[in-house]
Write a protein that binds this ligand. Structure first.
Ligand SMILES: *[C@@H]1O[C@H](CO)[C@@H](O)[C@H](O)[C@H]1NC(C)=O
Ligand SMILES: *[C@@H]1O[C@H](CO)[C@@H](O)[C@H](O)[C@H]1NC(C)=O
Length: 463
């Protein structure tokens, strides 16, 4: 048996050790604190950014940006946000064009009045390596990156990040994201649930997926009807696009480098009619003309109210490529000369898009993790109709009955969209007038949706 004295000594040593580890992590996180971003208005919350090493031997490191909650950060949850692509940046798209506290405008940053850090501590991760400021020193690390590697790296990132920010360890944690993050988010959440069985680490309280890729065929083939019903293609072209060559077949052939002449003919007709001057990520907003003319990919959506800057992604590229901005962010460019919205060094396993993740979403629901799937209803890339079908089908498979029948929800005095909830754990919602990037084009509605999701509440039924 231990003597009283020994016991005290042990306790003292433990307390000391604990204090030391707290001090060292506080010091570590302090090194990541952002004093101020160039052109930034004065704010009352803290920001942090920096690198977390994923693999010391191969020198692979992921870059993150944390915008703490505007008020009472200690009492607010931690929310991880992931953009898709695969290969696009959560910092440039998520933080600076969608739901972060600032948007670049010329040489300054302006406040986003509907930033999600009203409600949560927002953590943005550039993932996998090769995206944004995240890097590997050996370029071979960019080859053959796939969903499995990404999920595992994201898990390692979180484990290490919590060591640097122990104050967030036991905090309610939500994972959110959009588009190809319909793969990243459920795959990461699944690893967390598995990890928790051995050592409880992640206080995972829910996931939210915006216009997500969940099941290749259903999601991609919703495009034809969406184009047709919104007047982007003619009756005969719709017929060809649903019988001769549908979109999943085209993508599947394209990724294998063997596009059939039939698919090539159909897609050329579809492209001509839909026009490159219509943004497929929001068929009603205007496009950013300089970016349409300068590149094949229409990066940036459009215009509903005066508050939407359709060229915000061009602004972000300029801003994040400034030396003073990179210095303030503790960021550096490794093996690339320019920060880009979507990576041009990453060689991702694109065929992973065909692997369904809707079944993983089902297993998370079964494990008691609440799930929200939401859809900007102006997006033709991952249209609401496919997502709605998938969620409805999943609810049936899981035997979940409807707890909130299909109805409108309100943001202010206007309809923010439609919603349906199954078994109080699986929810679907549309966001009216919103793009693929919901918080970009409907910031206010997106914040109402986000707040209800965090609180586990149904969306407002009236005003
Ligand atoms: C962690 O959070 C739970 C509530 O979510 C609380 O009961 C528990 O005491 C917390 N543990 C620590 C170590 O803070
Ligand atoms: C799409 O085309 C493929 C190949 O022709 C076919 O197997 C599949 O059923 C089609 N899907 C839809 C939704 O039309």
């Amino acid at each position: 048996m231990m003597s009283h004295r020994q016991c005290l000594t042990t306790v003292t040593a433990l307390i000391l050790l604990h204090a030391l580890s707290l001090v060292s992590s506080t010091v570590m996180s302090r090194a990541d604190r952002i004093t101020s971003l160039p052109g930034q208005p004065k704010v009352g919350f803290q920001q942090y950014s920096g690198y977390v090493s994923i693999d010391k031997k191969k020198q692979r490191a992921l870059f993150y940006y944390l915008a703490e909650a505007e008020t009472k950060p200690i009492s607010k949850p931690l929310v991880l946000w992931l953009n898709g692509g695969p290969g696009c940046s959560s910092l440039g798209v998520g933080a600076f064009s969608e739901n972060g506290p600032f948007r670049p405008k010329g040489s300054v940053l302006v406040r986003n009045q509907h930033s999600w850090n009203h409600e949560a501590n927002m953590l943005y991760l550039e993932t996998p390596v090769g995206v944004g400021f995240s890097y590997a020193t050996q370029s071979s690390s960019y080859e053959g990156v796939n969903d499995k590697i990404t999920a595992k790296d994201n898990l390692v990132f979180l484990q290490k990040w919590f060591k640097r920010f122990p104050q967030y360890l036991n905090r309610s944690l939500f994972i959110t994201g959009e588009s190809y993050a319909g793969h990243y988010v459920p795959q990461l959440a699944q690893l967390m649930v598995q990890y928790n069985k051995k050592h409880h680490l992640f206080n995972l309280k829910g996931i939210a997926l915006g216009n997500p890729v969940l099941e290749f065929s259903t999601d991609f083939n919703s495009r034809a009807e969406y184009f047709w019903s919104h007047g982007l293609i003619s009756d005969p072209t719709y017929k060809m696009f649903t019988s001769y060559c549908n979109y999943s077949r085209y993508v599947s052939e394209y990724y294998r480098g063997e596009v059939s002449s039939m698919c090539s003919k159909v897609m050329s007709q579809v492209s001509t009619e839909t026009s490159r001057f219509v943004d497929k990520y929001d068929v009603t907003l205007d496009v950013c003309i300089p970016s349409v003319l300068s590149q094949s990919k229409v990066v940036s959506p459009q215009q509903v109210g005066e508050t939407v800057d359709v060229c915000v992604e061009d602004e972000t590229v300029n801003y994040l490529n400034r030396r003073d901005v990179q210095k303030a962010l503790h960021a550096r460019l490794v093996g690339t000369r320019k920060w880009a919205v979507c990576s041009n060094v990453l060689d991702y396993e694109l065929l992973d898009v065909e692997v369904p993740t809707i079944n993983i979403v089902g297993s998370l629901v079964k494990a008691g993790v609440p799930v929200l799937v939401y859809s900007g209803d102006q997006d033709s890339v991952i249209p609401l109709t496919g997502s709605r079908t998938l969620v409805n089908r999943l609810a049936q498979q899981l035997g979940l009955s409807t707890t909130v029948p299909y109805r409108v929800w309100f943001a202010g005095q206007q309809v923010g969209g439609w919603t349906q909830v199954y078994g109080n754990v699986l929810a679907f919602a549309t966001v009216r007038g919103a793009a693929h990037e919901v918080p970009f084009s409907q910031p206010e509605r997106s914040l109402v949706l986000f707040k209800a999701f965090l609180g586990g509440n149904p969306l407002p039924e009236e005003f």
